[in-house]
Design a protein around this ligand. Structure first.
Ligand code: HEM
Length: 198
């Protein structure tokens, strides 16, 4: 990752291009810019992913039908194999899991500062919502040139890793979700019981 950041916009860059959308890319990144991107990578790879997992665990515990359907899809895909490498083909089969992650991310968006719009005018609980451009309407990972570069690995982690190996339940089903929004929407505490799946 560091190599690609240092070589970006130089002739050593395998994707070297001099312009994007008509705008000149005429210098490599500064050390400060590289530090910023590396920091985002650490944050995305730990905090944002961990918070997203917490919200998924919470919601699945409260929607057992959805959880059952998701586990069935995982079992159909991996056929009981809990440790083997995950292939692109496996990932492509986990459509229901992907949908669950996206719905939970809509309900509890860990990075909430990305503006969302509806695809067409709609009314929800008496409130009329306007419509905006369809493109980039789901912004779990942002969009455009600065779209999250960790999105593929994050989805693989979220879709394939957790429920394939473990059973996860809440310690207290009545405990409210303990959430704080300070730049990112963080789950302060979620007490869970985890055991290996039979
Ligand atoms: C569920 C997990 C994750 C979510 C929801 C998420 C979300 C986001 C969002 C919304 C942005 C801002 C994009 C924009 O400005 O349009 C972003 C940027 C970024 N993410 Fe993620 N991310 C996740 C996981 C990861 C992982 C696992 C990595 C690294 C391995 C990562 C690395 C980065 C980096 C480096 C940026 C900055 C990109 C730039 O400024 O050009 N993220 N992420």
């Amino acid at each position: 990752m560091l190599t690609s950041l240092i070589t970006a916009n130089t002739t050593l860059d395998v994707n070297y291009t001099t312009t994007v959308g008509g705008e000149a890319l005429n210098r490599p990144m500064s050390d400060t810019e590289i530090c910023g991107i590396i920091f985002d990578g650490f944050l995305g790879g730990t905090d944002i992913t961990a918070n997203t997992i917490s919200f998924i665990v919470y919601y699945l515990a409260h929607y057992p039908d959805v959880k059952k359907k998701m586990m069935e899809e995982i079992d159909r895909t991996f056929q009981g194999d809990k440790t083997g490498p995950i292939t692109e083909d496996d990932y492509q089969k986990l459509k229901y899991c992907e949908a669950v992650i996206k719905v939970v991310s809509r309900l509890f968006t860990v990075v909430p500062s990305i503006v969302k719009g509806t695809a067409k005018p709609d009314e929800i609980a008496g409130y009329i919502e306007g419509s905006e451009s369809k493109k980039l309407s789901f912004l779990m990972f942002g969009g455009g040139l600065r779209i999250c570069p960790g999105r593929k690995i994050a989805m693989i982690e979220l879709v394939c890793l957790l429920y394939r190996k473990y059973e996860i339940d809440l310690v207290d089903m009545n405990a409210p979700l303990n959430v704080e929004s300070i730049g990112i929407t963080a789950c302060n505490e979620l007490l869970v019981k985890i055991k290996p799946r039979n």
